[in-house]
Design a protein around this ligand. Structure first.
Ligand SMILES: Cc1ncc(COP(=O)(O)O)c(C=O)c1O
Length: 391
C-alpha cells in the first residue's frame, strides 16, 4: 500500500481543518478540503528526530547553528540550483509572521503594497491591518486557462511614488502557477526601476508537479538578489505548519539588519525548539519522501480532472503546476460565492475555500485541497457532485 493511501483520523487533535468546522463554517460533519495542510503524516525521519528530542526532556532556549545552515544551503542548491551563502539565512516563526515583520520594517503607514490577486489572502489582509494601502495587480486569465501578468498595470502600480513593497507568490497560491524566469525577470526589473522591494513568498516551491521548473527570483542576478527577501519553509512541503518555523533569505546586508532589528523589537529572535529540529531533519532527510509525495499528488490532480470532466462538465479545473491546491472555475453556474458555499456545506457536506476570499476577481472560483488519500479525494468529489450537479 502506498503510504499516502493511509487514512488517518485527525479529529480531536485541535486541527483547524478537522476540529473547527463548526466555528469556521457553522457546520459540523463536513469534509474539510479547504485550509492548506495535508492529511499525511510527516516523513518518519522527522518524526524520529522529534521523538528523540522529546525523550531528552529538556526544552530550554535553543538556537540554530552551522548544521542547520548546511541543511538549508544544500536543500536550496540541490532542489533549486540556487547557491546561497549561509550568511543570508535568518529564521522566523511562520511566513505570515515574517511578511508582517517585513511590512513593519520596510514601509510606513499609508505606503502602498502591491499584490497579484487572486492571491493568498493574508498578503492583503495583513498589509491592511498595518494601515498600508493595497494595490491589486489583477492576474489575467489567458485563453489556455492559465493566469498571466498584466505588466502594463503592474508598472502603473509599481511606479506610484507611495508604493514600497511588492509581494510575490511563487509558486502562486491559489492557482499553482509557477512563474517563468522570463516573467520573474520582467517583474524584478520593474521593481528595481521603481525602487520597490520584493517579498517573494516561495513556501510552495518544493511541491513542483508535472516537471514544472521553478526559479527563485533572487537567484536570477545580483540586482534582483539585492532587491528581494525570499521566504521558504518546510511547513507546506512536509506538513509541519503547526510547528511554525520558516526561513527568510536576505542577500542585502542593510535589509537583513533592518529585518532583524524588527524581529528583535518584537522578541522573535528564536524559533521554537521542535520546529527547528523538524526543519533540519526535513531538509536533511526529506528528499525521497517528497519525491513520492509529488507523484501521489500528480495522481490526485488527474483523478480530480477526470471526475469533474465526466460529472460536472460546467466546472473548469485549472491544472496546478505546483502544490496541492486546485483552483476550480464555477462561474458558469452563475451563483454567488455565498450561494456556492451554502450548496457545498448544506447539500454536499463539503468545505472548500470560496474564491472571493483571494480577492474580488476570485469570485465564482473554489479552491480545493487535494493533499489527502485517494479514498478521501473520491469522497470529496462525490460530495461536490451532490452539491452542484443540479445547479
Ligand atoms: C503562499 C503562502 N504563504 C504562507 C502560508 C502560511 O505560512 P505560515 O504557516 O508559515 O505562516 C501559506 C499557507 O497556506 C501560503 O499558501
Amino acid at each position: 500500500m502506498n503510504r499516502f493511501d493511509k487514512v488517518i483520523n485527525r479529529k480531536n487533535t485541535n486541527s483547524v481543518k478537522w476540529d473547527f468546522s463548526k466555528n469556521i463554517f457553522g457546520e459540523d460533519e463536513v469534509l474539510p478540503m479547504w485550509v492548506a495542510d495535508m492529511d499525511f503524516q510527516a516523513p518518519d525521519e522527522i518524526i524520529d528526530v522529534l521523538h528523540s528530542r522529546i525523550d531528552h526532556g529538556i526544552f530550554g532556549y535553543t538556537m540554530s547553528g552551522t548544521s542547520m545552515e548546511k541543511a538549508i544551503q544544500e536543500w536550496v542548491k540541490n532542489r533549486h540550483s540556487w547557491d546561497i551563502n549561509p550568511k543570508i539565512i535568518t529564521y522566523s516563526p511562520g511566513i505570515v509572521t515574517a511578511i508582517s515583520l517585513a511590512i513593519e520594517a520596510f514601509t510606513s503607514e499609508q505606503d502602498k503594497v502591491v499584490v497579484q490577486s487572486p492571491v493568498y489572502y493574508p498578503f492583503f489582509e495583513i498589509a491592511k491591518k498595518h494601515n498600508r494601502e493595497v494595490l491589486y495587480n489583477h492576474l489575467h486569465l489567458s485563453n489556455d486557462f492559465r493566469y498571466d501578468i498584466n505588466f502594463t498595470d503592474l508598472e502603473e502600480k509599481l511606479s506610484d511614488p507611495q508604493t514600497k513593497l511588492f509581494i510575490l507568490c511563487n509558486p502562486h497560491n491559489p492557482s499553482g502557477r509557477v512563474w517563468s524566469e522570463e516573467e520573474l525577470t520582467k517583474i524584478g526589473n520593474l521593481c528595481v526601476k521603481h525602487n520597490v522591494l520584493i517579498l517573494s513568498d516561495d513556501i510552495h516551491s518544493d511541491l513542483l508537479l508535472f516537471n514544472s521548473k521553478y526559479t527563485p527570483i533572487a537567484s536570477i542576478n545580483e540586482k534582483l538578489a539585492n532587491q528581494t527577501i525570499t521566504f521558504i519553509a518546510p511547513s507546506k512541503t512536509f506538513n509541519l505548519a503547526g510547528l511554525q518555523a520558516s526561513v527568510a533569505l536576505i542577500t542585502n546586508d542593510s535589509l537583513k539588519r533592518k529585518y532583524n532589528e524588527v524581529k528583535q523589537r518584537f522578541g522573535l529572535m528564536m524559533i521554537n525548539t521542535l520546529g527547528q529540529e523538524a526543519m533540519e531533519a526535513a531538509y536533511t532527510y526529506g528528499e525521497k519522501w517528497l519525491n513520492e509525495l509529488i507523484e501521489y499528488l500528480e495522481g490526485n490532480v488527474i483523478i480530480v480532472e477526470e471526475y469533474i470532466k465526466t460529472y460536472l462538465s460546467n466546472i473548469k479545473v485549472m491544472r496546478p503546476e505546483s502544490t496541492y491546491l486546485i483552483w476550480l472555475d464555477a462561474r458558469a453556474l452563475n451563483k454567488t460565492d455565498d450561494e456556492l458555499k451554502d450548496l457545498l456545506l448544506k447539500k454536499g457536506k463539503l468545505a472548500l475555500e470560496p474564491g472571493s476570499k483571494f480577492g474580488e476577481n476570485g469570485a465564482g472560483f473554489l479552491r480545493m485541497n487535494i493533499a489527502c488519500s485517494k479514498t478521501t479525494i473520491k469522497d470529496g468529489l462525490g460530495r461536490l457532485v451532490t452539491a452542484l450537479k443540479e445547479v
